[in-house]
Design a binder for this molecule. Sequence first.
Ligand code: SF4
Length: 156
Amino acid sequence: MAKIGILGCEATTRDMNCVMVGCLGNLRGRQGSFEEYEEAEPLDLIGIIHCGGCPTAVGSERIWQKVQALVDYSIDALHFTSCLTHFCPFKDEFLETIRKEYPELKVVEGTHPFHDLEATRAGLKELASQKAVTPQRMNDLVFKRIKIHTEDDEDS
Ligand code: SF4
């Protein structure tokens, strides 16, 4: 039995509503990075935690607490999500901190493949910046240009 923990990107879940369907689907189907495990070895997902947000102000040291929450349950391997692996500018710092704090812990970079890495990068950039379709913000309320959803909208 391999006890697995997943470390994800806070921004993809908090800001983009990612439900990790790709990560979890690959785990269930033993695809992507989960192919590496022996076929006879059951995979047990112990838990998922996210990084806590971009550590620009506090440095990467905070990550150990997040990982500790999974290590408390004796995980055998920590998988970085594929978003964290490919797009996080702090990934290497996270890796360095985790390897220093938990030298015995197996760390796997990624959960699932991307069909088109560059298209995914462009999509994530758009989801983060919201430039193509302007979202409403506090200034829309202040300047009285805010659009309010009504029940009539649902009928049309
Ligand atoms: S630090 Fe990396 S993994 Fe965490 S929210 Fe920022 S981009 Fe995502």
